[in-house]
Design a protein around this ligand. Structure first.
Ligand code: NAD
Length: 375
């Protein structure tokens, strides 16, 4: 990741300088908002600000301070004097961090993501800290990514790309199948699952099966039991939340039920799939290909760059399961990028700003965006 304001002690002043140096159009927009009495965002400190999201975050909160520092108990003090901090999925918003933030004067945590399993909500309530989030952002972006993974695996696009690099233009081993008339099983038919089902049915002319605990009237396919879906689908895509019930639902037993050579896509949460069982399925051929945008140990790996590390440091972070997956030609891993479109980033930044404005303007806080209302 490239740094935004990488030297931590200098983070705030430098970040402020850069935020102010942003485009004059944005500055004018901020000024006009201030003129109508809206809080201007100068009391927001954004942690873990990645280069890919800076343009959208700065457009929404032009006067905020931005740092690439990960939020934890030791970095919380960077936000001293700010009423609000903005955090991401990989930040540590546990009890110690909440205490440090509250001691430094913060009263609002703006999660710029849907999940909040990294937030100690009990502690936040105890310390009078309101927590808000972005409950949904462009679900079709994730549906489209699942479709891209399906197509890439089915037509061996990664392998073709690897061959191009070494000057191999042969065709052996690159035969795919036409998806037309094949069966896709959509496990979890919420916003993302239904979007994926429509792409497969309307776009690729596939037969669409669905499995969901709470069936939806507008699901564009036929609901069946999970075992039937597993046994008859050529492609299976997971679109479920991670709960005690769904954790490890794709395991040795369920992989044994798959149609031979099925493609499995997971863009939901890593722990839905037992990766070691999936590797065994890939070796036996029961599982034909595997597309993962999420991974059970992703917190240790994703959003980080290990390429410049020396061997000793790299081995400390080594993940043997991921190393095996990375060596398999029938596996495609993307580092939790299914949501990563300009549209979704814009929605995330705008909803974050709206959450901040609602809190600061004293409006009543309600709806899915409110995780802890400590008012
Ligand atoms: P959603 O709430 O609209 O849909 C989830 C569906 O799962 C619902 O229809 C629900 O009834 C069903 N479900 C819940 N528990 C179930 C169970 N035990 N058995 C069967 N069905 C069950 O959610 P969504 O917006 O479609 O998101 C789906 C998942 O995608 C999220 O939970 C999240 O983990 C993941 N996600 C990933 C990314 C990414 O970038 N990779 C981004 C956003 C969301």
């Amino acid at each position: 990741m490239s740094t935004v304001a990488s030297a931590l002690p200098a983070s705030r002043p430098r970040a402020r300088h850069r935020a102010r140096a942003y485009s004059s159009a944005r500055a004018r927009a901020a000024t006009s908002r201030a003129a109508v009495g809206e809080p201007d965002g100068s009391d927001v400190f954004v942690f873990s600000a990645h280069r890919y999201e800076l343009p959208t975050l700065r457009a929404a909160l032009p006067n905020a301070s931005f740092s690439d520092a990960r939020l934890d108990a030791s970095t919380a003090k960077l936000a001293a004097g700010c009423a609000a901090v903005c955090a991401f999925v990989d930040d540590d918003v546990g009890a110690e961090t909440i205490d440090a933030l509250a001691d430094a004067g913060a009263r609002l945590v703006l999660m710029r993501c849907a999940g909040f399993d990294n937030v100690d909500t009990t502690r936040a309530r105890e310390r009078g800290m309101t927590v808000m989030r972005v409950p949904a952002y462009d679900p079709l972006s994730i549906s489209e990514h699942a479709a891209a993974m399906m197509m890439s695996l089915n037509r061996h696009l990664s392998e073709s790309r690897d061959r191009l690099r070494v000057g191999n233009f042969t065709l052996d081993g690159l035969v795919g199948t036409s998806l037309r008339g094949k069966t896709v099983g959509v496990v979890g038919t919420g916003k993302i699952g239904r979007g994926f089902a429509k792409i497969c049915g309307d776009g690729f002319q596939m037969r669409v099966l669905g499995y969901d605990k709470f069936q939806k009237d507008d699901f564009p396919g036929e609901y069946v039991e999970l075992d039937e879906l597993l046994a008859t689908s050529d492609v299976i895509s997971l679109h479920l939340p991670l709960t005690p019930e769904t954790r490890g639902m794709i395991n040795k037993n369920s992989i044994g039920k798959l149609k031979h050579g099925a493609i499995l896509i997971n863009t939901s949460r890593g722990a839905l799939v037992e990766a070691r069982a999936a590797i065994d399925g890939l070796v036996s051929g029961r599982l034909g290909a595997l597309g993962l945008d999420v991974y059970e140990n992703e917190n240790r790996l994703f959003f980080k760059d290990f390429s410049g590390m020396d061997t000793k440091d790299r081995m400390l972070a080594w993940d043997e399961t991921m190393a095996i997956l990375g060596s398999m030609p029938q596996v495609l891993v993307t580092p939790h990028t299914a949501f990563l479109t300009k549209e979704a980033l814009t929605e995330i930044a705008n909803t974050t700003r709206n959450n901040y404005v609602a809190f600061r303007s004293g409006a009543s806080l309600e709806g899915d965006a409110v995780v802890v209302n400590a008012r």
